[in-house]
Design a protein around this ligand. Structure first.
Ligand code: PEP
Ligand code: MN
Length: 364
């Protein structure tokens, strides 16, 4: 993908890039109060939903295009740029007509290639930065597909927004972060800026700072955070919004890490640690390979005795004991569980291979 560096987007972008503002534009007064406060605290790019994709009908779906002239006015009064969500060519047309500076494609739109393509077509020849949120489902290819569609329409001021993924039973997050997905995107497209959206990941105020810090530790290019002058009274996403004052404190409390350092002592120390990690990884793989050989042996034996691959009791025991063993080695139990799910899937696959192989070799 052909992507223009964020500092050439012509939006006065600093690094990290912060976009802050209410989930939804509600009234001229709410917009004015929030933007004034944010602008006075140094926030230069404001977000605000005009059309809101809501999960259930009959809830507030945004005030719609009457908000666009209000936005034009606050922009002039407070010298800020403004970002809104677009979900159709109509939204794009209205946004451009009213001088919106930055567009984003929402998570519920990214999942739909038809909708994304229509938006992309409407952006042909338009020079405006576009951010694409991850799709609601943890599907990196779908996220990349949406970015490619917009990019192929000629939009080079392009970035991603990591807002987490829908889940059925995450006890902590509204949308599970699954950090490996945005990191994989960054690995594949190092030039693509990615912002983190702690608001929609957390769904609640008390977690925002830790997710924002995590994003900074992972070298995300910025944050898009919801802020409202009276969060508890917000018409949408009240529980995750914070006042501009609280947001300012949150941002000031962040540790911004450097991508790397030229310091030769740091470099050589790090190299030393990495060499040891390489060594350990080698051992780890050798051990995994030994385990798989044993799995194969068990597979041959099951086959010879015509016994099914999947033995519920055994699997239950493995799945119960390994996280316990891991705990005494100071390993996170969830991590060990996930690891063993993968190990088990691979073990079953290996044994399937053995079951499918004709028997004659062993019987001779
Ligand atoms: C939003 O940014 O307010 C929004 C609706 O987000 P998402 O598309 O991530 O759900
Ligand atoms: Mn929201």
């Amino acid at each position: 993908m052909d992507i223009v560096n964020i500092d050439k987007w012509g939006i006065g972008a600093a690094s990290p890039l912060y976009i802050a503002g209410p989930c939804s534009v509600e009234t001229p007064d709410q917009l004015e109060a929030t933007v004034k406060d944010l602008a006075e605290r140094g926030f230069k790019i404001i977000r605000g939903g005009v059309w809101k994709p809501r999960t259930r009908p009959n809830s507030f779906e945004g005030v719609g295009e009457i908000a666009l002239p209000w936005i034009e006015e606050v922009k002039q009064r407070h010298h800020v740029r403004f970002a809104i969500e677009v979900a159709s060519p109509y939204h794009v047309e209205k946004a451009l007509k009213h001088g919106i500076d930055l567009l984003w494609v929402g998570a519920r739109t990214t999942v739909n290639p038809f909708a994304v393509q229509e938006i992309a077509d409407s952006l042909q020849g338009v020079d405006i930065p576009v951010l694409v949120k991850n799709p609601v489902n943890p599907d990196l290819a779908l996220w990349i597909g949406a970015l490619e569609r917009i990019n192929q329409a000629g939009v080079q001021k392009l970035g991603g927004i990591h807002r987490g993924f829908s889940n059925f039973n995450d006890q902590v997050y509204r949308n599970s972060p699954a950090w490996q997905i945005p990191l994989e995107l960054k690995t594949r497209y190092p030039n693509l800026p990615i912002l983190n959206d702690p608001s929609h990941i957390c769904g609640r105020r008390d977690l925002l700072a830790s997710v924002a810090q995590m994003a900074m530790d992972l070298n995300f290019d910025g944050l898009i955070i919801e802020s409202h002058n009276d969060p508890d009274q917000a018409w949408s996403d009240a529980a995750q919004q914070i006042t501009p004052l609280v947001l300012e404190k949150l941002i000031k409390g962040l540790q911004i890490r450097k991508v790397s350092t030229e310091n030769p002592i740091f470099q050589s120390q790090l190299e030393l640690i990495r060499e040891q990690i390489d060594q350990v990884d080698n051992e780890l793989l050798e051990i995994l390979s030994r385990r798989m050989k044993l799995v194969e042996k068990a597979g041959e034996y099951k086959k010879l005795n015509n016994v099914a691959i999947f033995q519920m009791e055994r699997w239950k025991k493995v799945f119960e004991t390994r996280p316990e063993w891991g705990r005494s080695l100071h390993l996170n139990q969830e991590f060990v569980k996930e690891l063993y799910k993968m190990v088990h899937t691979e073990s079953i696959r290996k044994q399937e291979e053995i079951m499918e192989k004709p028997l004659e070799k062993k019987e001779k």
